[in-house]
Design a protein around this ligand. Structure first.
Ligand code: BES
Ligand code: MN
Ligand code: MN
Length: 462
C-alpha cells in the first residue's frame, strides 16, 4: 500500500526531481579551492531551500570554522526513533578539464553500456550531490504522502572532500541537537545495478606530504650532475623502497595493528561476485596488481595501502631544460584498516622517511588530514533494515561488502555521538568519482529515492 503511494508520487515528480538535481550540479562547489567560496555558500542556500520545500523544520545554515553545515529536521514524535541523514555538498576539483567530454558543471544525460537508461554527467553527480539529494526527495515523498514513520534530522556538510576539518568540532558542540538512533549515508557504491550490496566498512586514511631538498638552488645538470644528490632521484628511490617484491609495505610497524580476518570471514567475503575481466576492461589494464596472497576485493577492502597521489619537482614545461633541481615533493596517501590509527601510521611514516633519507638531502614530512577506519555491525537493526529495504526494491538480498574509500567523519559519529552509520550507497565504482566524466545513473538516482523510505519503515517498525 505505502510502497504504491511512494512510487506513484515518484513517477509523477521524476522530471522535477531530476531538474532540481541538475540545478544543484551547475554550482561548482569545490571546497578545495578558495575562489569557489561564494559557490559553496550558494549551494548551502540551495540545499536549505530544498529542505524547507520538502517540509523540514528548523532549517538553518550553521556556521563552522570552515564551510557551513546545512541542518534541518522533522520531529513527528519524540518517542519514535530518529534517523540522522549525513551527506556532503562539496565536490572534488574537476581538473584535468580537457579530459571531460562535456563541461563538468553543465550536466548532460547520456546513455552508457552500464547505464542504458542514461546517466547524469557532472562533477558531484554521484559523489555526493546526486546521492545526498535522493534523501531530500525521499523525505519530500514521505512528507507529501503522509508516510514519514519516524523523526529525521539532516546534516549536510561542505568539507568532506577536504577531510571534514570543521565538522568534528561542530558535532561535539551540537551533541544534543544531533541526538538520534542511526546515521544514514549514501556516499558509497553497490557492486552492480543488478547486484545490490551494502558496505560494512570503510578504510581510514593517513595523508602525508614529503619535501626533499638537495642543493640550495637549481643547478646545471651537466656542470654538477653526478656529484650532487638529485632530490627527485632520491625521493623516487625512497618511495620505491616502501614496497617489497610481494607488494608488502616495508615501513617498520606498519602492519602491527592490522586486524587480520579469519579464514571463515575471508571465505564469506569471497562469496561476493567479482568479475576481474570487467574490472580490467573498465580500467584498460592488462593485469591487476597488489599485495601477494590477497584477492582484488581483499586488497581494496581489508588491506592497508600506500600510494603516491602526486609527485613534482624540477622542470616540467615544454621542451627540455637541463636542470638538477633543488627540491622534490610528493603527496602520499595510506589507506588504513581496522585497528590501525591514522596518527600512529603518520608517525611511523615520518620516522621511516627521516631514517631512510641519505645525508646528501634534507627531508621534511608533514601530515595532512586523516581519518579512522570503521566497521558497521551487519547484525545491527540498522543494517538489517537497510538490507530489507534493498531486497524489496532490487528483488535480491544485498551482499555485505567492504569499501576501499574513506569518509573520515564516520568514525567520529560513533566516538562522539555514539551512533553507528549505515552506508546506504547507490553509486557504482565505475561512475568515475574524482575523475573526469563523473556520472550517476538515472536508474540509481530513482532506485535510491524509492528504497530510502523503506529503510525508514523497517527501522521504525518493531
Ligand atoms: N564518497 C567518497 C568515499 C567513497 C567513495 C567511499 C566510493 C566508498 C566508495 C568520499 O567523498 C571521498 O572521496 N572520500 C575521500 C576522503 C578524503 C578526501 C578525506 C577519499 O576516500 O579519498
Ligand atoms: Mn563522497
Ligand atoms: Mn569524494
Amino acid at each position: 500500500m505505502e510502497r504504491t503511494q511512494i512510487q506513484s508520487y515518484l513517477n509523477l515528480n521524476k522530471e522535477r526531481f531530476l531538474s532540481e538535481l541538475l540545478d544543484l550540479l551547475k554550482i561548482p562547489s569545490i571546497s578545495a579551492k578558495p575562489e569557489h567560496k561564494s559557490d559553496m555558500l550558494k549551494t548551502a542556500e540551495a540545499i536549505k531551500k530544498s529542505l524547507i520545500d520538502a517540509g523540514a523544520d528548523k532549517v538553518e545554515i550553521c556556521e563552522t570554522k570552515g564551510y557551513p553545515v546545512v541542518y534541518g529536521e522533522k520531529i513527528i514524535d519524540p518517542d519514535k526513533p530518529t534517523v540522522v541523514v549525513y551527506g556532503h555538498y562539496d565536490v572534488q576539483p574537476a581538473d584535468p578539464l580537457d579530459l571531460w567530454d562535456s563541461p563538468p558543471f553543465e550536466p548532460v544525460i547520456k546513455k552508457t553500456d552500464i547505464h542504458p537508461d542514461g546517466a547524469i554527467f557532472a562533477r558531484g553527480s554521484c559523489d555526493d550531490k546526486g546521492q545526498m539529494y535522493m534523501h531530500v526527495k525521499a523525505f519530500e515523498i514521505m512528507m507529501k504522502t503522509g508516510t514519514l514513520p519516524c523523526n529525521v534530522k539532516f546534516m549536510i556538510e561542505g568539507e568532506e572532500e577536504v577531510g571534514s576539518p570543521s565538522l568534528g568540532p561542530w558535532i561535539i558542540e551540537n551533541k544534543e541537537k544531533l541526538k538520534g538512533d542511526i546515521i544514514l549515508i549514501s556516499d558509497t557504491s553497490i557492486i552492480a545495478n543488478d547486484i545490490p550490496s551494502i558496505d560494512s566498512g570503510l578504510r581510514g586514511l593517513a595523508y602525508m606530504e614529503v619535501e626533499v631538498t638537495g642543493p640550495n638552488r637549481d643547478l646545471h645538470s651537466g656542470v654538477y650532475g653526478g656529484a650532487v644528490a638529485n632530490p627527485i632521484n632520491i625521493l623516487c628511490k625512497m618511495i620505491a623502497s616502501c614496497h617489497d617484491e610481494n607488494n608488502h609495505i616495508t615501513i617498520p610497524g606498519f602492519y602491527d595493528q592490522v586486524h587480520e580476518l579469519s579464514n571463515e570471514e575471508r571465505a564469506e567475503m569471497a562469496k561476493a561476485p567479482f568479475d576481474l575481466d570487467v574490472f580490467k576492461k573498465d580500467l584498460s589494464i592488462d593485469e591487476e596488481r597488489g599485495e601477494k596472497g590477497y584477492s582484488t576485493n581483499e586488497r581494496t577492502g581489508i588491506r592497508p595501502t600506500l600510494d603516491v597521489n602526486g609527485i613534482w619537482g624540477g622542470y616540467t614545461g615544454e621542451g627540455a631544460k637541463t636542470v638538477l633541481p633543488s627540491k622534490a615533493f610528493a603527496k602520499i596517501s595510506m589507506r588504513l584498516v581496522p585497528n590501525q590509527s591514522s596518527q600512529t601510521i603518520s608517525e611511523l611514516f615520518k620516522k621511516h622517511f627521516e631514517t631512510i633519507a641519505p645525508n646528501s638531502v634534507k627531508v621534511k614530512v608533514t601530515a595532512h588530514h586523516g581519518g579512522e577506519p570503521v566497521v558497521v555491525p551487519i547484525t545491527s537493526r540498522g543494517f538489517i533494515s537497510a538490507s530489507k529495504a534493498m531486497e524489496e526494491t532490487y528483488g535480491k538480498k544485498p551482499i555485505p561488502t567492504r569499501s576501499g574509500g574513506s569518509i573520515p567523519i564516520v568514525a567520529l559519529f560513533k566516538k562522539e555521538l555514539g551512533m553507528d552509520s549505515i552506508l546506504f550507497g547507490f553509486g557504482l565504482d565505475s561512475d568515475a568519482l574524482h575523475s573526469p566524466n563523473e556520472h550517476y545513473g538515472l536508474f540509481n538516482f530513482y532506485k535510491g529515492i524509492e528504497t530510502i523510505p523503506l529503510f525508514y519503515k523497517y527501522f521504525t517498525t518493531k
